[in-house]
Design a protein. Structure first.
Length: 301
């Protein structure tokens, strides 16, 4: 089966925009743009000690009935637990302690207010580090593909699309963003660039093998040749992530959800965005270079 991906690239661009637009609108109109969790805005930390061992699931069930939003529970043995919640007033804290005491004899060892784990300065440094990483990726791809800097620009644009899609989904559905969300974004970037470079590597091979075909035809052939591998890889990863999502528990759900969205759209954008954008940039800039070179050659003659 041979499909003309490149010939329909304008439709892929339109589809990509339709997917991205709702999330961008949500980011623009929501205040705050994302549903930041305890790690970003701070809250309360409670240390609870039970007389008898209590399963973590029982604690989650009891706290889930109190509409506290996302709650982080860290077990310190079978009887001690550290519980992080959003900022609560004194009455709400007493209600939480009372709900936990119904699970067994328990005492609150300490109740403290804590600041944000992830502050503004750390977010800025993360963004700067990501920008430097993307710039280094462009340099690496340019060197690997013999000065083809357009491939690097296409790959980075595709990566930014993947990140914006994940962020947009979390903004649109108001899923909570915590510290694991940043880890998920970085994982998505690593996965997506790897998938893109597989296709670009095949393009490079085919350019040396096929001399008569145009660049767009070579890219389209390369996508078709690597399509089965891309689909098999993403299906395998998605199956694992779905298992973690449904069976891994509440503490890893946001991490897995972000990775699940990013993995699917990382594969999508490698095929339908990065490769197509490389074709358009190549046609735009390389053809202009040829037009500039022709008069120079004519004068030389």
């Amino acid at each position: 089966m041979y499909f003309d991906f490149v010939g329909h690239r304008k439709w892929w661009y339109l589809l990509s925009l339709i997917i991205l637009l709702p999330g961008l609108i949500a980011l623009a109109i929501n205040r705050p743009p994302l549903n930041f969790g305890i790690d970003f805005i701070g809250g309360n930390i409670l240390e609870i000690r039970f007389e008898q061992p209590v399963p973590v699931e029982k604690l989650r069930e009891a706290l889930g009935e109190m509409d506290l939003g996302h709650v982080s529970i860290q077990a310190a043995g079978d009887q001690n637990f550290l519980i992080r919640t959003k900022e609560l007033d004194r009455d709400k804290v007493n209600q939480v302690i009372g709900a936990l005491q119904r699970l067994g004899q328990a005492e609150a060892v300490r109740v403290d207010h804590v600041g944000a784990v992830i502050g503004y300065e750390l977010i800025v440094k993360t963004v700067i580090a990501l920008a430097i990483t993307l710039a280094m990726m462009i340099l690496y791809i340019t060197i690997r593909y013999a000065g083809e800097y357009l491939a690097g620009i296409s790959a980075i644009a595709s990566l930014l699309y993947d990140v914006l899609v994940v962020v947009g989904f979390f903004a649109l559905f108001r899923w909570e963003v915590d510290s694991t969300f940043l880890a998920a974004l970085l994982t998505v970037v690593g996965y997506a660039v790897h998938d893109t470079l597989i296709i670009f590597g095949r393009v490079k091979e085919n350019l040396h093998l096929v001399k008569k075909e145009g660049f767009a035809e070579v890219v389209n052939k390369s996508i078709n040749q690597t399509l089965r591998r891309s689909i098999n890889t993403v299906v395998t990863v998605v199956l694992v992530l779905l298992s973690l999502f449904f069976l891994g528990g509440e503490s890893t759900r946001n991490l897995v959800l972000a990775m699940l969205i990013g993995t699917v759209f990382g594969c999508y954008s490698s095929i339908f965005n990065a490769s197509q954008l490389w074709v358009d940039l190549h046609l735009l800039f390389r053809e202009q270079e040829k037009e500039v070179a022709r008069p120079a050659k004519a004068k030389a003659r």
